[in-house]
Design a protein around this ligand. Structure first.
Ligand code: BV8
Length: 234
């Protein structure tokens, strides 16, 4: 690898799989049994609020039963020890990167542990069992809080910050994502057009593998610590 100063890392559900959280498109994936259209859209929330809130309540509850794995811990080590620029962009709505100690990161698709009020826009941390009936900390309403999750058709968060980081990057690393959902899936092409070195660490080839300079296949708990050791040794 050439001289690397600034790194952007994109993570997906695959980095949390070995912690015991389902991925979306694998066997028994989150969206089997639940059609995407039934869950992850503003229309679904309006049409069947109880179903959508229950889906996210269940996933939030699962967080309390799992721990970060070696992949999350390796990225947190990189965050502590890497002297150059670093931004971890996660598509995941779990809090495992933070619990492993990552700081230089953002959730482009929102967080299970956050909610916002559709009436007044107030955003609040929420770790409870059921969102429905919880009063908004802003306007006090009891049935207007929704999961702070980016649904299909909604604008992902912090796009400008992500684009700025990609504009400064020398290395783009994608970990544990199928490359199925845009605009995240397009970042590798953006990186290639900008002449940035690109590396994919994934259990199996993804929809974006064609665009990476290098793809390493295997579990994140093995590939990520090995890569972090390698890049810190540069
Ligand atoms: C938007 C939160 C307007 C919810 C999610 C072109 C440009 C822009 C938009 C679009 C476009 N074309 C189509 C669209 C619309 C749409 C889209 O992409 N549709 C797809 C289906 C074609 N996109 C949107 O609606 C987005 N917003 O477009 O706004 C706009 C317009 C222009 C520019 C900007 C914006 C919003 C999409 C966000 C939806 N919300 N998540 C929740 O979590 O419940 S999406 C969700 O699925 C994830 O967040 C992630 O983004 C996506 C993919 O999931 P992955 O994380 O990749 O997980 P998956 O199961 O698929 O794969 C797991 C991978 O891990 C596998 O490859 C597997 O091999 C690997 N793996 C498994 N185990 C391991 C492992 N790897 C390593 N180790 C292991 N142990």
């Amino acid at each position: 690898m050439t001289d690397i100063r600034n790194i952007v890392v994109l993570t997906g559900a695959g980095i949390s799989a070995e912690s015991g959280l389902n991925t979306f498109r694998g066997p028994g994936g989150l969206w089997e049994g639940h059609r995407v259209e039934d869950i992850c859209t503003p229309e679904a929330l309006a049409r069947n609020r109880a179903l959508v809130l229950d889906f996210y309540d269940q996933r939030r509850a699962a967080l309390a039963t799992v721990e970060p794995n070696a992949g999350h811990r390796a990225l947190a080590r990189l965050d502590r020890e890497w002297k150059g620029g670093l931004l971890i962009v996660t598509q995941n709505v779990d809090d495992l990167h933070e619990r492993a100690g990552a700081k230089r990161m953002l959730h482009m698709h929102g967080e299970l542990m956050s909610a916002f009020c559709e009436h007044c826009g107030h955003r609040q941390r929420f770790g409870g069992a059921m969102l429905d009936g919880t009063h908004c900390g802003g306007c006090g309403a009891a049935d207007t809080l929704r999961p702070d999750i980016v649904f299909f058709g909604e604008m992902p968060y912090e796009m400008d910050r992500i684009d700025a980081a990609l504009g400064e990057a020398d290395l783009f690393v994608s970990i544990g994502t199928s490359g199925a959902v845009y605009p995240a899936a397009g970042y590798v092409q953006q990186a290639r057009h900008a002449g940035i070195e690109t590396l994919e660490l994934n259990l199996e080839p993804s929809a974006g593998s064609y665009f990476f300079h290098e793809t390493r296949l295997g579990p994140a708990s093995e590939l990520v610590p090995a890569w972090v050791e390698e890049v810190l040794g540069k």
